[in-house]
Design a protein around this ligand. Structure first.
Ligand SMILES: Cc1ncc(COP(=O)(O)O)c(C=O)c1O
Length: 336
């Protein structure tokens, strides 16, 4: 049988031949000494792309998010976010367990940012009875919102309010590239609406490893200490940064293709294509374990997100033929 069509996540991509070549050829040095020229080039390029002063290469989106939040909140202070945010759902309680941060969540409509609803929950600094809200965290695109793009007007509203309120904004931009590809909003516009932002190269951009945290130079100097403290200081890691630079040149411009594939999949499966904003399709009201198992038996891998919900994610490693094959298998199974 042909290889699986793996639609579980955009994290399953394998480096392409072109990417492997630049990795093999990368100029490297000891990055804990800040002497890896390829890492430095990636950090400088990413900082510039997002309109920030500085950046730090970190091994994962989780580390980028958690350090990012710690830079803008002190132990005992609170980070406010939506109830389905990755930072509170999938990061193993790191904010509390490692950094002493309190998190509080607001239920949202599939992750959609409602700035006023979030603002209404903010607790002031300096009150002797209340845990102060030091920061809010926003996810764009939203993972558990199935690739939803946050409306620019809401991001702007939150940002403008936050300046007067002395509350920081952290962006979980694991898939900010997809938001940019779908909305046309420039990356630096998204970047300028956050004090700290973590962006991932190992999702839609298809690298094996790597995220970058962007912020002010002062904050990134502190982030470097946190990264070392957490054991995230890496040595000749230009081999990985080279993959990220390659991805910016070769994979960022093609993200629209993944979005087209997701819409095509939705159409074929009778899902409203308008509900597909980027690279994720959700099948609701299905027997998820049965469907996932049957699809797997026919070479199509999908993600069960609840007993009645399946998620399909398009990415670099699934071409049009793979999409057609997955659509045919799933259509037949859904008709049973
Ligand atoms: C929205 C979002 N943020 C952060 C992360 C964490 O990234 P990592 O798995 O590299 O820690 C993910 C991972 O899928 C994610 O989807």
């Amino acid at each position: 049988m042909a290889e699986h069509v793996d639609l579980r996540s955009d994290t399953v991509t394998r480096p392409t031949d072109g990417m492997r070549k630049v990795m093999a050829d990368a100029e490297v040095g000891d990055d804990v000494y800040a002497e890896d020229p390829t890492v430095t080039a990636l950090e400088e390029r990413t900082a510039e792309l997002f309109g920030h002063e500085a950046a730090l290469f970190v091994p994962s989106g989780t580390m980028g998010n958690q350090i990012g939040m710690r830079l803008v909140a002190e132990p005992g202070q609170e980070v406010l976010c939506d109830a389905d945010a990755h930072v509170v759902t999938y990061e193993m309680g790191a904010a509390a367990a490692i950094f002493g941060l309190s998190t509080r969540t607001v239920v949202s409509d599939r992750g959609l940012l409602d700035a006023d609803a979030l603002i209404a929950q903010v607790r002031p600094q300096g009150d002797p009875y209340l845990t102060p809200t030091a920061a809010v965290a926003v996810e764009n695109t939203h993972n558990r919102g199935f690739g939803r793009v946050q409306p620019l007007a809401e991001l702007e509203r939150l940002w403008e309010w936050s300046r007067g309120a002395g509350v920081a904004v952290h962006l979980d931009g694991a898939r900010i590239w997809n938001a940019h590809a779908a909305s046309g909003v420039p990356l630096d516009t998204y970047g300028r609406l956050a004090d700290t932002a973590s962006v991932c190269f190992s999702k839609g951009l298809g690298t094996p490893v790597g995220s970058v945290l962007v912020a002010s130079a002062e904050r990134i100097a502190r982030a470097r200490i946190w990264r070392k403290r957490l054991g995230g200081g890496m040595r000749q890691v230009g081999v990985l940064a080279a993959a990220c630079l390659y991805a910016l040149d070769h994979h960022l411009p093609r993200l629209g293709e993944d979005h087209e594939h997701a819409r095509l999949l939705a159409e074929r499966l009778g899902v409203d294509p308008a509900s597909v904003e980027t690279n994720m399709v959700v099948l609701d009201g299905v027997n998820a374990p049965v469907l996932a198992e049957a699809a797997k038996a026919q070479g199509v891998l999908v993600s069960q997100v609840s007993p009645t919900r399946i998620r399909l994610v398009t990415h670099l490693d699934v071409d049009r033929a793979g999409i057609e094959r997955a659509a045919a298998v799933l259509t037949e199974l859904l008709a049973r």
